[in-house]
Structures are given as C-alpha cells and as structure tokens.
Write a protein that binds this ligand. Structure first.
Ligand code: ZN
Length: 216
C-alpha cells in the first residue's frame, strides 16, 4: 500500500469532503442545486468492487452521470435480487440508454476463481466465474501464459455478464416495447487506465440465445 493510503483517516475523509464541495462550487456554483433536483443518468454501470476501478473517474464523468452497481468481479447472475433491482429501476424508471458490464484485467475475484484455494463465503460467489470457465474451458486452457489466461477469463466473464443482462426479462421487455437500450461489455486495464470495448454490444434481442428468449 502506498503512503497516500496510510494518510487516509476517518477525519481526513470528512475534511476531503469539505474540500471537494468547495472546489466543486468554485467551478459551478449551481452544481448541487441542479443535482439535488433529480437524477437522469443515461448509463448503468455494472463493475467490480475493486477500489482501483471507480466508474466516474475512469470515464471522466461526474456525479449524476452514471447509475452504479458494483460487486466482487462484476458478476451478473439472474438470482441476485440486488442486481435485478438496480437493473429494473435503471431500465424502467431512469430509462438508461446504455448498460455497461465492465471487468478489469488483474481482477482478484477472477484469479481466485481460476484457482482451487478456499477463501470462505466468497467461494460460493466466485462459483459463477467457475461456471464461465467451465463453459469455455478448452479455449482458456489453450492459453499457456497465466496472465494471458486470466485476462481472457476477465473478458469472458464480462461478456457472459453482458449476455446475462440481455437475457433478463427486464431488458427483453424494454426492447420489445421499443425502448432505446444497448448492452455492452468492457475490460479495463489497471496498468494503462484504458478501456477495451469487447465488441459484443446489442440493442435488440436478435442475438439472445433461443432458450433465453421471452415472448412478450
Ligand atoms: Zn475485480
């Protein structure tokens, strides 16, 4: 850990908040008046809880711009009431236009899922990633370099997450009703700060597997 984090205390967070408010008001005296009137973010972000992948900073956006759901290793699973509630609210109430599932290379959750060590309760959560691995075992095991193998799993996990988003009744019903909504998968590099678009974007149910398709 760097010394910068050593200097973070309970008190320094509150001081930091005051500094941020003062600086924000200097740039835009109406910033909080406008934001407090309501939110209309055009984007839902589903990302990893990792402290190094904050949605707003890495996309150069501001409070009010992105509705955010984060969990360990950006897992999208159809039985997660927390995620489904966020998805339902953002699609049906906020009417976001884009949903982005963003993984990141070097993800500790993905690496743990690739191993066999027991960590604890989280093993059951990471099982979702093992299922992704199992579905792509031949492709992933053909990659010899462990870092490259992990990187590919990060991509497959984000792609799988985006496809799971597309398969929900929430997104399919939005598409059926003609709502403008696109789902994407990205991977973020901790080393360069750059995002790679994994090119699986969809704005209709066209490519949803038949078994997941829902009649209106
Ligand atoms: Zn992660």
């Amino acid at each position: 850990m760097s010394s910068r984090q050593d200097n973070i205390t309970y008190e320094s967070l509150l001081e930091g908040n005051k500094t941020w408010v003062a600086e924000t008001l200097k740039l835009d005296p109406n910033f909080f008046d406008e934001l407090s009137a309501g939110q209309q973010p055009p984007v839902l972000w589903i990302g990893c809880s990792d402290s190094r992948v904050p949605a707003n900073q890495i996309t150069n956006t501001m409070p009010g711009d992105i509705f955010v759901h984060r969990n360990i290793a950006n897992v999208v699973t159809h039985t997660d009431m927390n995620l489904l509630s966020v998805l339902d609210y953002s699609v049906n109430v906020l009417k976001v236009k884009h949903i982005i599932v963003c993984g990141h290379y070097g993800c500790g959750g993905v690496n743990a899922a690739l191993g066999n060590k027991q960590v604890g309760l989280i093993d059951n959560w990471l099982r979702n990633i093992k299922d992704v691995f199992y579905a792509h075992e031949a492709e992933v095991m053909a990659i010899e370099d462990p870092t490259e193998r992990s990187n590919r799993m990060v991509e497959l996990n984000a792609i799988h997450g985006a496809k799971n988003v597309m398969s929900t009744s929430i997104v399919q019903n939005a598409w059926t009703s003609g709502q403008e909504l696109a789902v994407h998968a990205w991977a973020y590099s901790l080393k360069t700060g750059l995002i790679t678009d994994l090119k699986v974007s969809a704005s209709s149910a066209e490519n949803v597997s038949p078994v997941f398709k829902m009649e209106a």
